[in-house]
Ligand binder design. Structure first.
Ligand code: ZN
Ligand code: MN
Length: 142
């Protein structure tokens, strides 16, 4: 059994990506994290270990991982993208109050894609669905 980290390293090797200590740390942090961090979260978490690292460095490394198919970017129309190293099919619940993103499993909604394709003539490549509301913690205080 190889770990997800070893699998990721192997994949980077085959795409010719050179590993640096920072790249190593960012990848390990992402694979460990269930929280869908922003680039800024990663920067803050690793800043002590890499004082010379900038947020831009974190972004550049995330871009490399995305291009290698190891990480997915969840964009929100501004610079608050969240990053997810779980590439399996899954959906997200997002808290309107604290912003936490929690994974949930559901069979992929192929019928929605088929309906979209029928009605729009699009060649559908995929879909993204999020539910939003209040997480259990925030629901307690609202
Ligand atoms: Zn919340
Ligand atoms: Mn996720």
């Amino acid at each position: 059994m190889t770990s997800r980290f070893e699998q990721a390293l192997e994949k980077l090797k085959t795409t010719g990506v050179r590993m640096t200590p920072q790249r190593h740390a960012i990848l390990a942090y992402l694979l460990d994290s269930m929280s869908h961090p922003t680039a800024d979260d990663i920067y803050k978490a690793l800043g002590d270990r890499f004082p010379s690292m900038s947020v831009a460095t974190v972004y550049n490394n995330l871009r490399v991982f995305i291009d290698s198919g190891l990480v997915r970017e969840l964009t929100y129309g501004d610079d608050s993208s969240r990053f997810d190293s779980d590439m399996s099919d899954h959906y997200h619940a997002i808290c309107d109050s604290c912003g936490i993103i929690v994974d949930f499993e559901h069979e992929p909604l192929h019928d929605v894609e088929a309906a979209a394709s029928r009605e729009t003539g699009f060649q559908v490549r995929g879909h993204r669905l999020e539910v939003h509301g209040l997480c259990p913690n925030c629901a307690k205080v609202h």
